[in-house]
Design a protein around this ligand. Structure first.
Ligand code: NI
Length: 390
């Protein structure tokens, strides 16, 4: 049984991969600057005798060949860290001040390296080709996934399915969660500049008040979600900055705002962009002000393929037991894995890394994020099992 062999190997390599995770965690690099991380991954693959190529400057793509077959599977791990100052007091805490693996991408990379080793050792026990994608820049637009896809990561050969796991501190270690369909939202950035005739606060009739206009825009935009969006499909619009003016008695000539728009339906996403533009432009017009709007297109929603997800969750059930496999909640967070699921069937799932008893509860993107490292064993086994049978 390959499953038992995979589990046994993952257990025997555990300490080694825990050290690898410590090394990666202590040496985090920001998105698209994963130079040392990329070198480290390459050296690990060299050590295992696995051939690989570089894509998108720091991305590493390795190909494993099993028994002759047309089967082609891709396994993806992201490698970048975040601009956060780590507050954990652990031996493996970040040595790069202000940069931290606060989203667990060190864990994803570690698990894929471990899986690569196991799959390479067991290559007479699985069929076809496995493409291992060590991806840069998940945390930053335009997203490493979109760059790698443009550079051909899904060509020659094109995988039939792609899988990725993500650490999940709200899920206890030992568990995994899956959901078919929409699991993560698209995320687009909104930049608004309201321009008008500034002037004396005591003579508003001689101005076109940019502060009032901006305020009305903030309020009016709320109807995009509450009145225009289908309430059965989650979507959110948040204006998160508002900057304008400098004193009590001057109406400024410019106010700038920024925000985010998220959706789980690609058709609605682009309809909403038009709606946002109409509301902003007409509100400005009604106030005699002018407006500039830029909507910066971010990641698409992540849509898990039903068959691929059912394959992954049944493999997880047989690996860790059905009772520990659950239904993943959808999230309006964003993930550039959505670029892959637009191209080929994929499954993005959650790896439990929390441990309430041990106090490992901090969320991702916080300065105290960490994992229960027992998750590494499961993460390695699961990626290897998906490679072999997914
Ligand atoms: Ni992440």
């Amino acid at each position: 049984m390959i499953q038992e062999t995979i589990k046994a190997l993952a257990a025997s390599y555990f300490e080694e991969y825990r050290s690898i995770r410590h090394h990666l965690h202590a040496n985090p690099e920001l998105s698209f600057k994963e130079y040392q991380t990329s070198k480290f991954v390459q050296s690990q693959l060299n050590h295992l005798g696995i051939s690989h190529t570089i894509l998108g400057e720091t991305g590493v793509i390795a190909i494993l060949k099993g028994r002759p077959s047309d089967r082609i599977i891709a396994l993806r791990a992201d490698m970048d860290a975040l601009p956060i100052h780590e507050e954990n007091n652990v031996a493996y805490a970040s040595k790069n001040d202000g940069v931290m693996h606060a989203c667990g991408h060190d864990v994803h990379t570690t698990c894929l390296l471990g899986a690569a080793r196991i799959l390479n050792e067991l290559k007479d026990q699985w069929d076809g080709t496995i493409k291992l994608i060590f991806q840069p820049g998940e945390e930053k637009n335009p997203g490493g996934a979109s760059i790698l896809i443009k550079e051909g990561v899904l060509n020659d050969p094109t995988p039939q399915r792609i899988y990725a796991q993500h650490v999940h501190p709200q899920l206890e270690v030992g568990r995994m969660n899956f959901a078919a369909g929409k699991v993560m939202a698209s995320a687009d950035e909104i930049y608004i500049t309201v321009k008008g005739k500034g002037g004396h606060a005591a003579k508003p009739n001689l101005t076109s008040d940019t502060i009032l206009t901006a305020s009305q825009i903030v309020v009016a935009l709320q109807q995009v979600i509450s009145r225009n969006n289908n309430p059965l499909s989650p979507s959110v619009l948040s204006i998160c900055t508002i900057q304008g003016g400098f004193t009590t008695n001057v109406i400024p000539s410019e106010v700038k705002m920024m925000g985010t728009f998220r959706a789980m339906n690609e058709k609605w996403r682009f309809e909403a962009h038009n709606r946002i533009r109409t509301i902003i432009e007409s509100t400005a017009k009604a106030n005699g002000a002018e407006v500039e709007l830029e909507i910066s297109i971010g990641y698409p929603s992540v849509i898990n393929d039903a068959d691929t997800t059912s394959v992954a969750s049944s493999l997880a059930s047989s690996l860790i037991g059905e009772a520990l496999v659950g239904e993943a909640e959808i999230s309006l967070g964003a993930e550039d894995f959505g670029f892959y699921t637009q191209e080929i069937p994929g499954c993005f799932f959650r790896l439990g890394t929390g441990n309430i008893k041990k106090g490992i509860v901090s969320g991702v993107h916080t300065p105290t994020f960490d994992i229960d490292e027992d998750a590494i064993k499961i993460g390695i086994s699961m990626m290897a099992y998906l490679g072999a049978r997914g």
